[in-house]
Design a protein around this ligand. Structure first.
Ligand code: PGA
Length: 241
């Protein structure tokens, strides 16, 4: 695990965008796992802006959505789908076959996870994985006390996840989470885990300096040599002082 601390969220986002840009420039057929949430949004905006301005081809890029809220309609404003459509898929005009994405309204959620697993298994590689470290230490919806070794699966959501700002206080229709598992995340050639702001200070300390344990799924980052953790000074407060 490599750790880098930035002065603020803007510089962290710029550095994240630069890694994503380099990934696509070096391999236009890259497959990239995309987390949603507030932390990576600016990075995605900068990345997409640069791809377009520099005319970098994206017609062979594959985007893999990290997770989804089960039970919300796909076009609900709070879904991860709406987020990736708005920030990445539509601005880059990606085709549906360039996106591997859990549906939020699967009749059989376990079968939906199998479908995503098969689609990912058919890829030549996963080149980069962007993650946000959750307030409770989750990665995607790999919630505390998850098993380490997991393929895409249906997750029982924690109270913390159901309180995520994406749901805007309205989690009534969310029944479960759909998420890539830690196995899939771990095979990415490069893993970029982000945290910013003082609400992440305590969990960042636990994840990066505490024991490696399923009680804090983000602690797995300590064991992954290809992981890069980008923090701003607020999130890093307890590990630098
Ligand atoms: P955030 O979400 O980027 O909005 O903090 C991260 C997460 O909870 O997974």
């Amino acid at each position: 695990m490599r750790l880098q601390i930035f002065d603020n969220h803007e510089t962290l986002s710029r550095a994240t965008a630069d890694i994503l840009l380099r990934t696509v420039r070096e391999n236009p057929r890259s497959s990239i796992i995309i987390a949603t949430g507030s932390t990576p949004t600016l990075a995605y905006q900068l990345w997409v802006q640069d791809l377009l301005r520099q005319d970098i081809p994206t017609d062979e890029l594959m985007i893999i959505k990290l997770d989804e809220w089960g039970g919300l309609p796909m076009d609900h404003p709070s879904t991860c789908e709406t987020y990736i459509q708005k920030h990445i898929i539509q601005p880059l005009s990606l085709r549906p076959d360039q996106v591997i994405s859990f549906t939020s309204v699967a009749a059989d959620p376990a079968a939906e996870c199998d479908r995503v697993y098969r689609a990912i298994s058919a890829l030549p590689s996963i080149d980069c994985c962007v993650l946000g470290i959750g307030k409770n230490g989750h990665l995607g919806f790999n919630e505390p006390n998850t098993t380490w070794s997991t393929v895409p699966h249906v997750a029982k959501l924690s109270i913390t996840s159901l309180g995520h700002a994406m749901l805007q206080g309205d989690s009534r229709d969310v029944q479960y989470g759909l998420t890539l598992g830690l196995d899939t995340i771990s095979i990415a050639k490069s893993i970029l885990a982000l945290a910013s702001g003082s609400e992440k200070t305590a969990i960042v300390e636990q994840a990066l300096r505490g024991p490696v344990t399923p009680q804090c799924p983000a602690s797995i980052l300590q064991t992954l040599p290809q992981s890069i953790v980008y923090l701003d000074t607020k999130a890093a407060e307890r590990i630098t002082s």
